[in-house]
Design a protein. Structure first.
Length: 185
């Protein structure tokens, strides 16, 4: 397993959908699983102040001011994150201005400047254009979850098997002790 830290840029809509479904305890979508991985610290979120503002405005429209504050709190206080500032990504924006759609250009530049391994989005046009640049692995939420799961070490045996084996060994020792005691007496 690769032990490097997983850094990902998660598109605003993916974060918003995941947070809404998590807050409303709706179905366990891939977007919710992405947010859960962020909250568990399995993934470091690469973001920008511009994306944070975009997320705040969108979440305020969806569920109101309190929800927007909750999302901001999650990102700023609960999630392992790296905030990329404008001077760090502005050169990348200029370099890719005609290759990435205008509405996604800043997000792409932030992902590149943050040296992320993954760009996660449900916007297939954005993923396609970003993938053409061959810098970052561009995936949907479902693909990202699959990739993260594959990075975990596979356990060769379950905890239940270990406990049963320990119990069986203990019972065997007790049985041998009792046989020995009967032989002695």
């Amino acid at each position: 397993m690769d032990r490097r830290e997983v850094k990902a840029f998660i598109d605003t809509n993916t974060l918003l959908i995941g947070a809404v479904n998590l807050a409303l305890e709706k179905e366990e979508t891939a977007e919710v699983q992405v947010v859960r991985r962020l909250l568990k610290g399995e993934v470091k979120l690469v973001t920008s102040l511009k994306q944070l503002e975009e997320l705040t405005v969108a979440s305020r429209r969806v569920l109101g001011r309190d929800f927007a504050g909750w999302i901001r709190y999650l990102i700023l206080a609960q999630i392992n994150r790296l905030i990329i500032r404008k001077p760090e990504y502005s050169k990348t924006e200029k370099k890719y201005v005609n290759r990435i759609p205008d509405e996604d250009l800043t997000h792409f530049a932030v992902a590149v400047a943050g040296k992320t391994q993954y760009l996660v989005s449900e916007n297939h046009e954005f993923l396609r254009k970003a993938a053409e640049c061959k810098i970052i692995k561009c995936v949907t939420s479902t693909e990202f979850i699959r990739e993260i799961k594959s990075r975990r070490p596979k356990l060769k045996t379950s905890a239940g098997k270990v406990i049963r084996k320990m119990r069986d060994e203990r019972e065997a020792r007790i049985s041998r002790f009792e046989q020995h005691r009967e032989e002695v007496h």
